[in-house]
Design a binder for this molecule. Structure first.
Ligand code: NAD
Length: 337
């Protein structure tokens, strides 16, 4: 069993912990937290050995009556691999600790690309991560774009991607980002960081991205135009996207008109935390005009990177090939809507 440590048990970390625990070949050896808050309490209730991310704060956990298994250093030393899900910037600072213990580490998309040797997306470049000391699972938006680009590029070739990302202002629990009531071009100058980030996965892809932020918390929505090298009809493109294991093409009959209904649907089908691991593409939006493919997709920012982290664990350790890992992850999580 692969012994996985999770450093940073917040929005992404707790989801990755549960996804790792669901895998037949992995075990969560422990999770690390900075503070004895509600997430620390639920980590212990869920049976995860809890480690203090900051040694000086071990007393605070004692005072709150939360049992610790030790300090993060010990956790890193015992693990086969660490998933770092700390806030942006902190992951890069933690790399020295991971290297000191010779423990391979996965950073998240909030870190700069150069904090890691390689950026990871399971569908697009699984093999490039094998043997790395530090890899970065790209952000939610870059994951969503990469899953779309990979099959279109393989099947039809791509001249250029133009994507406008309407981004949620914050996650539901990020009260510090609100209250908000505005629509912001973000950044106001082009391109947004997403295009260059997609180039960490597809170095030669021509892609321009624009970003906006809106007062919403549920999901991001992408308005996509991909100029293809050939001109398939829209039904063909739809079939291709339907055949991908991490894209959900929303059929017209479902009457899902936005992120609100998508999240409602995820709750109805019993998804943990109403998570949606798949890209959600509106079937009726898939349109071809000559070589130009247009579509809308929604991306659940809190969870689409979760299966990617699971695959990245196998990739960095060289434990599996892409197809086998993706299948195992998908089956263990119950992927597919
Ligand atoms: P979060 O704030 O919800 O969780 C981070 C956790 O790390 C918190 O529990 C915090 O207390 C803890 N922490 C802070 N300092 C720490 C330290 N020194 N050691 C250990 N733990 C520490 O953040 P998040 O949304 O889970 O984001 C984590 C990473 O994932 C970031 O790089 C982010 O950009 C990326 N990401 C976030 C989203 C999203 O929408 N939330 C999506 C994709 C990728």
């Amino acid at each position: 069993m692969i012994q996985v440590a999770i450093n940073g048990y917040g929005t992404i970390g707790k989801r990755v912990a549960d996804a790792v625990r669901a895998q037949p070949d992995m075990e969560v050896v422990g999770v690390a937290k900075t503070r004895p808050n509600f997430e620390a309490e639920t980590a212990v209730e869920n049976g995860y050995p809890l480690y203090a991310a900051i040694e000086d704060r071990m007393d605070q956990f004692d005072d709150a009556g939360i049992e610790l298994a030790g300090a993060v250093d010990e956790l890193v030393a015992t693990a086969d691999v660490v998933v770092d899900a700390c806030p942006s910037g902190i992951g890069a600072d933690n790399v020295a600790m991971y290297r000191e213990h010779d423990t391979p580490a996965l950073l998240q998309g909030g870190e700069d690309a150069d904090a890691a040797e390689v950026s990871f997306n399971a569908r697009a470049n699984f093999d490039e991560t094998t043997g790395a000391d530090v890899a970065r699972v790209v952000s939610c938006n870059t994951t969503g774009l990469s899953r779309l680009v990979a099959p279109l590029q393989e099947e039809y070739g791509i001249e250029k991607v133009r994507a406008t990302l309407v981004r949620r202002g914050g996650d539901p629990a990020q009260t510090g980002r609100g209250p908000i009531n505005d629509i912001l071009p973000n950044p106001v100058s082009l391109p947004s960081h997403h295009g260059p980030d997609v180039n960490t996965i597809f170095p030669d892809l021509a892609i321009d991205t624009l970003g906006l932020k809106v007062p919403a918390t549920l999901m991001h929505t992408h308005s996509i135009n991909v100029e293809l090298e050939s001109a398939p009809d829209a039904d063909e493109v739809r079939e291709l996207l339907e055949s991908q294991s991490r894209t959900f093409v929303i059929d017209e009959h479902m009457a899902i008109d936005g992120a609100g209904k998508l999240k409602e649907y995820a709750q109805d089908v019993g998804r943990p935390r109403a998570d949606i691991w798949e890209n959600c593409i509106w079937g009726e939006s898939i349109t071809m005009e000559d070589n130009d493919c247009y579509l809308f997709q929604a991306i659940h920012q809190e969870s689409d990177v979760v299966p990617e982290n699971v695959d990245a664990v196998r990739a960095i350790l060289g434990e599996s090939d892409a197809a086998e890992s993706i299948e195992t992850t998908n089956e263990a999580l119950g992927m597919g809507l």
